[in-house]
Design a protein around this ligand. Structure first.
Ligand SMILES: [Zn+2]
Length: 147
């Protein structure tokens, strides 16, 4: 980092803090690769589902515009819409957990939502995604129709 020469020590400290915040913000906006996505899914499964949800593949796809995520339980594969890239981590984690939960429970019955209750930001993430949909005025709210 280049620090302007005339800064006082206090100014310098403040400036460094600002720059570190900016770097952290950029870092959190960085897109996860498929490998990182799979690692994240594994960690979430371990943390919230005792590791019972074991996907065989987790990857981003660009052909899902009306759904945030989908899974094929028979194959154990999970796909996340690239539209989630750049959204807050807790939102991506929620969608991952949602699809992981489908590896354990099909459909959206009480048993399914009981699994998701373990994740403290489920409601907040759902609200965020609903807000995105409302903002974009999509005809089919993602999350409502997927299986
Ligand atoms: Zn679902």
């Amino acid at each position: 980092m280049l620090i302007p020469a005339r800064m006082s020590e206090a100014e310098e400290k403040r400036w460094v803090t600002v720059m570190l915040d900016k770097l952290a913000a950029q870092e959190s906006k960085r897109v996860l690769g498929d490998t990182e996505l799979a690692e994240r899914a594994e960690r979430l499964s371990a943390q919230y589902f005792d590791g019972r949800a074991r996907p065989t593949s987790v990857r981003w796809v660009t052909n899902q515009n009306t759904r945030w995520g989908s899974c094929t339980p028979s194959e154990g594969s999970i796909r996340l819409s690239h539209r989630l890239q750049g959204m807050p981590e807790y939102v991506v984690d929620y969608v991952l957990l949602h699809e992981l939960a489908h590896l354990l429970v099909p459909g959206h019955g009480p048993r399914f939502w009981r699994l998701l209750e373990a994740y403290p930001r489920t409601e907040r993430a759902k609200g965020y995604l609903e807000g995105v949909v409302a903002a974009e005025r999509l005809p089919n709210p993602p999350g409502a129709r997927e299986e």
